[in-house]
Design a protein around this ligand. Structure first.
Ligand code: BES
Ligand code: ZN
Length: 617
């Protein structure tokens, strides 16, 4: 029986096998209206009720074969929403199935949806809607058993005035009977998925083919750039297939969203959602696509049972992402990314505090909002555990076949850490015998899985790509120390000319982490040589602005405001506004800019920024 502390559904009695959505998109009222048909199956005898998760959804009716069912929408819980209790008209026995139809509308409070005005899009002419359901926002798009322990297929009819796309395969479109000027877009997802992977976007979208199974979708104004940036998509998929199993989802399309999309990428099946900040013009930020492709196996086929084992999604995905990068560009590139990740892990652990329960690989989430526990910990601590196990057990020759077997064993299922570990032991016993089992017994499982803080073992990564950037940051640091006379004449534009984006990022991050801020004269000189203020690359621009903010370098403030109010990816706007808020003469600027632009941000991002700037609890 599945356990999920963040769902109010009766997961012990019922499972959902399929959902059919029939929804009309109303851009004027900013609501979706229609129905969800849930094909449910009793998993216990005498099942006389169905409890669904909802959040800020209005229920119009509940029926079964056209007959009204009694229901009650319980009180709103601030973290988990309102449970919808439905009385079935007769008790179901185990394995008995039936279909329940819920008529409903979303409201403007629904946290899964962002409705954009035309002015908030690239083209400025048409409105736009997109959803973001992970972790527990699917209940704010449709009434459902909003737990990753439940895996279902889905189909949908979306009646919309502009093109609709979903995390499914499109199966056609017709003139809608629901209203003039509406088209019905039809979809089918035939592989079982958890509710958090249901996704919808509607807008002025055009597509261009970029591979044998891939189309990139976006507003026409950025289509050309998007198609150019993501040409490597098919190579990532093939590398993933060579490492694991054949790609199971039919299509792998990409949707490049408007700038308010709050994440870097979201692995919605058949259609990954990505931030437009990846469009660097030099293909330097496409590792995010490799990451989302890796989720096709880790997360989307093999899914965490609940958010306490989120690392089974993200830690495994980062591990596969770095394997893909390693195979395509060389192991040193995968390891360089691991070094960048380790620094980010240190930053997360520092942010929470090294004893904080959320720094454990498997945190307890009873009574918690998974959005609050979100950090680099499941990604990087999870990655480090797998990297350590691979080396400890004898390297890729032993571990890669195991990884494939893990996918074969668990595809289509939701699992927890115990089941993962149990299979690891049984695989090693069966294929390698007692020698590997003895090695597994030497692992400090309790520290890795439940201990707080940094990992109990520090892995050694190939640092050949890190060394040059570390050397340069040391040189800049030394040039402002006593005896050096602030002499910066030894630096030249050539210093970073050969650097990859990631290397420039590491160089700037290392300077930012130094105790003492950089003198303004140094920042002037660095900018003059490396042209950092005008740089377009979002990752480099972010790090340069953070370095300047740390030094209260007021010249950069207008640039920071321009970036943070036009880029809703939380990884970018949150640290910029937080850092401006702390900088000299920055607090009021940060607050004003945020309040003036509040509707630009996705609801999830707006809530977090309000907290960051002391405007909300
Ligand atoms: N699934 C995540 C995004 C996510 C996690 C959304 C939890 C909501 C709740 C996605 O795969 C992801 O990890 N994106 C990263 C990029 C990646 C390269 C680390 C991001 O958005 O930065
Ligand atoms: Zn991910």
């Amino acid at each position: 029986m599945p356990y999920d502390p963040t769902s109010q559904s009766n997961l012990d009695q019922v499972k959902t096998n399929h959902i059919h959505l029939d929804l009309a998109v109303d851009f004027t009222a900013k609501v979706l209206t229609g129905s969800a048909d849930l094909e449910i199956e009793a998993i216990a005898d005498q099942t006389d009720k169905l409890i669904l998760d909802t959040r800020y959804i209005t229920i119009h009716s509940v029926t079964n074969d056209g007959k009204e069912l009694a229901y009650e929408l319980k009180e709103h819980d601030p973290k988990y929403g309102s449970a919808l209790h439905i009385r079935l008209d007769r008790p179901l026995s185990k394995r008995e199935r039936t279909t329940v139809r819920v008529g409903y509308s979303t409201t403007q409070d629904c946290t899964a949806c962002q409705w954009l005005e035309p002015s908030q899009t690239v083209g400025k002419k048409h409105p736009y809607l997109f959803t973001q359901c992970q972790a527990i926002h699917a209940r704010s798009l449709l009434p459902c058993q909003d737990s990753p322990s439940i895996k279902l297929t889905y189909s949908a009819h979306i009646h919309a005035p502009l093109r609709a796309v979903m995390s499914a395969v499109p199966t056609g479109q017709d003139k809608s009977t629901k209203g003039n000027d509406l088209t019905t877009f039809k979809f089918e997802q035939k592989t079982r998925i958890p509710s958090y992977l249901i996704a919808l976007a509607v807008g002025n979208l055009e597509g261009r083919e970029i591979g044998p199974r891939s189309t990139v979708w976006t507003e026409p104004e950025v289509l050309e750039d998007a198609a150019w940036e993501f040409v490597d998509t098919e190579n990532f998929i093939r590398t993933g297939e060579a490492l694991l199993t054949p790609y199971d989802w039919g299509r792998y399309d990409l949707l490049v969203l408007p700038a308010s999309f709050p994440y870097g990428g979201m692995e919605n099946p058949c259609l990954t959602f990505v931030t437009p900040s990846l469009l660097a013009g030099d293909r330097s930020l496409v590792d995010v696509v490799a990451h989302e492709i890796a989720h096709s196996w880790m997360g989307n086929l093999v899914t965490t049972e609940n958010w306490e084992h989120f690392w089974l999604n993200e830690g495994f995905t980062v591990f596969v992402e770095r394997k893909i990068i390693g195979r395509m560009k060389g192991k040193e590139h995968g390891d360089f990314s691991a070094i960048v990740g380790y620094n980010a892990l240190q930053e997360s652990v520092g942010h929470f505090g090294k004893e904080h329960p959320f720094t454990a690989l498997c945190p307890c989430l009873r009574g918690e909002d998974p959005d609050d526990s979100f950090s680099r910990v499941p990604y990087e601590k999870g990655f480090n555990l797998l990297y350590y196990l691979e080396k400890h057990l004898g390297g890729p020759e032993v571990f890669e076949p195991y990884l494939r077997a893990h996918v074969q064993q668990f595809a289509g299922r939701s699992i927890n850490t115990d089941e993962w570990k149990h299979f690891l032991y049984s695989y090693m016993t069966k294929h390698h015998g007692q020698e590997k089992v003895d090695l597994l017994n030497l692992v400090d499982w309790d520290a890795w899985l439940h201990g707080p803080g940094m990992p109990p073992v520090e892995n050694q990564f190939d640092d050949s790509l890190a060394r040059t950037c570390t050397d340069l940051s040391k040189k800049w640091d030394a040039s402002r120390l006593a005896g050096s006379n602030n002499d910066t004449s030894a630096f030249s534009e050539k210093d970073i000319a050969e650097f990859s984006t990631n290397q420039t990022v590491v160089f700037l991050e290392e300077l930012t982490e130094l105790q003492d801020p950089m003198p303004h004269g140094h920042l002037d000189r660095m900018d003059e040589l490396y042209q950092l203020t005008t740089v377009k690359n979002a990752e480099v621009r972010l790090r340069w602005q953070l370095l300047c903010l740390k030094a209260d370098y007021e010249k950069i403030y207008p640039e920071v405001l321009a970036f943070a109010t036009t880029m809703g990816r939380m990884k970018i706007c949150r640290p910029l506004l937080r850092s401006l808020y702390k900088a000299k003469n920055g607090a009021e600027l940060a607050r004003e800019a945020f309040l003036k632009n509040k509707t630009f941000y996705h609801p999830i991002a707006a809530t977090m920024i309000s907290k960051d700037l002391g405007l909300a609890k």
